[in-house]
Design a protein around this ligand. Structure first.
Ligand code: G3I
Length: 375
């Protein structure tokens, strides 16, 4: 299949893209074979040299299906987070039925490779099984929430470094106090659902760092400033009530086409979080390139420069414990479904390309980690 024909396939209407990509991948110019794992130190080593960590989300299908990717995950990552297997819909698909097998497969892989694991996530408005949403009400909410956390955080007790206890609670446009998102949890239990969740996690696994994980605080634009302000307000409110929040996850789903990256604003946000006595983790770093031209060298350079500027501002604060990207390789990213490029080309948001070769973004992360003051 000639490159031109392959590209025209990739420019097919969105509905046909999966087929177009499969055909393109099956052609004579299918992606090159997996690159070997480099001899030089991986990102985990660069991070550890400055007393931080680097890790990545791992989509659980890869554990059985992508040994090439796993070899690079071993080499690059000191920490892993499951992309799906630690979420309620995966762990408890039916009432009273817990399915830990997939999460435990990820735990076993990590243990075999001396990698730590962070839990993502106990309470969220997405990835909930339908039976839970059907049953969730003011009269049932506390028992459902605290019972689940006791069971799940208890199951992993002593084995996880972090829990994203509550994921993405902020959405100021919804109107409730503290900019809280209008979720089934808020509707059933009010703002106190956060108190219940954090106290339940502290009781079930006191050794896991308890975090609120949030997106959309990255740029000097009004709607994100409101998110930063409301998150800080919520954190201060929770801490004043004795809610045992210990850290904030900044998801860092960045956009290389966004020009409002302001290092002073970012540094102040991180300092404001730290001033509450909280730690910070960069939890889901990736960089959209759908606003950039098709040229790979241009995209890769812009993505790398954007991430470097963001990481330099954030890692300057000793409260920041480490960085995880939301995937290691462009081989798979949620961004291709959520923000597909108009030209149909796959995005290039992650440190390794689809053939597992290190990219300029890999070098940018390594340089930001190496150049940051050690905590
Ligand atoms: O594994 C099941 C499969 O058994 C089932 O047949 C299929 C039916 O739809 O679903 C499969 O699960 C999918 C799962 O990814 C594993 O691939 C879910 O449908 C799908 O909704 C889920 O999407 C994940 C999404 O969170 C929702 O949980 C994405 O992979 C994941 O990248 C995304 O990650 C989120 C973070 O958790 C929070 N921050 C934003 C980030 C991006 O949206």
């Amino acid at each position: 299949m000639t490159p031109l024909r392959r590209r025209s396939l990739l420019a097919a209407p969105a509905a046909l893209l999966p087929l177009a990509r499969a055909l393109a991948a099956a052609g004579p110019d299918a992606p090159e074979p997996d690159a070997p794992v480099p001899e030089t130190p991986g990102l985990a080593a660069h991070a550890a040299a400055r007393r931080r960590f680097y890790g990545s989300a791992l989509y659980e299908d890869a554990l059985a299906a992508d040994p090439g990717l796993l070899a690079h995950v071993r080499a690059e990552c000191g920490m892993l987070v499951g992309e799906y297997s630690f979420k309620w819909a995966s762990l408890q698909p039916q009432p009273g039925v817990f399915r830990f097998a997939t999460a435990e497969t990820l735990m076993a892989f990590a243990a075999a490779n001396r990698q730590r694991v962070r839990g993502h996530t106990l309470v969220w408005h997405e990835a909930n099984p339908q039976w839970l949403l059907d049953r969730l009400a003011p009269a049932t909410g506390e028992r459902l929430l605290t019972g689940y956390i006791a069971a799940v955080a208890g199951h992993f007790r002593g084995r996880l470094v972090h829990w994203d206890v509550v994921n993405e609670p902020i959405h100021p446009e919804d109107g409730p106090p503290f900019g809280l998102r209008d979720t089934p949890w808020l509707r059933a239990l009010g703002p106190g659902y956060l108190d219940l969740a954090f106290h339940a996690c502290a009781a079930a696994d006191p050794g896991a760092l308890r975090m609120i994980n949030e997106f959309g605080g990255d740029y000097a634009i009004d709607w994100q400033q409101r998110r930063r302000d409301k998150l800080l307000e919520l954190l201060a409110h929770l801490l004043a009530r004795g809610v045992p929040v210990q850290a904030v996850g900044l998801q860092a789903h960045l956009d290389a086409g966004e020009r409002a990256l302001n290092q002073t604003v970012l540094a102040r946000f991180v300092a404001d979080i730290a001033s509450l006595g909280l730690k910070v983790v960069v939890t889901e770093l990736d960089v959209r390139d759908d606003g950039l031209p098709a040229d790979i060298a241009v995209r890769d350079a812009a993505v790398a420069a954007h991430a470097r500027a963001w990481l330099d501002a954030v890692l300057a604060n000793p409260a920041v414990l480490g960085v995880l990207s939301w995937g290691l390789s462009d081989r798979r990213s949620w961004l291709d479904q959520r923000f597909p490029r108009a030209d149909g080309l796959p995005q290039r948001p992650l440190p390794l390309d689809a053939s597992l070769r290190r990219k300029p973004l890999w070098s940018a992360i390594a340089a930001a980690l190496a150049g940051a003051p050690a905590p």
